[in-house]
Design a protein around this ligand. Structure first.
Ligand SMILES: [Zn+2]
Ligand SMILES: [Zn+2]
Length: 121
């Protein structure tokens, strides 16, 4: 397998230059921590950082990536359900959805109202 850290070690001079360019210091600053080349998981841009665990080039991308990740997780959690109204299988838009559509929900609601009025008589 391709060894990323080894590649980074061998290309430190190059990476440092790119990093300095990125942060806008013309070689006057000196960083002792190795520079890593990261592809931003938010916008796909290549950027340079010293932070080992960094995945995003800026805070906006981190936020974006976080939401993307959350949405992905929600999608995975969603399972097909059987509608309580019509018995059809559907993919709920919300985790607590019970009916496939508003029509089914309203029909069920009307049903329950009629049932209640029947009981009260
Ligand atoms: Zn980005
Ligand atoms: Zn339904």
């Amino acid at each position: 397998m391709w060894n990323r850290s080894l590649w980074e070690q061998e290309h430190q001079a190059e990476l440092k230059e790119a990093f300095y360019n990125q942060i806008g210091c013309g070689g006057e600053c000196e960083y002792k921590t190795p520079i890593r080349r990261i592809v931003c998981e938010g916008c796909g841009k290549v950027f340079y950082t010293q932070v080992k665990v960094k995945k995003y080039c800026n805070d906006d991308c981190a936020k974006l990536g976080y939401w993307k990740h959350q949405r992905q997780r929600r999608l995975e959690q969603r399972r097909d359900m059987v509608c309580k109204g019509c018995g059809k299988t559907f993919t709920p838009k919300r985790a607590d959805a019970v009916y496939c559509s508003n029509a089914c929900r309203q029909r069920a609601y009307r049903q329950s109202v009629t049932d209640k009025s029947k009981w009260s008589k």
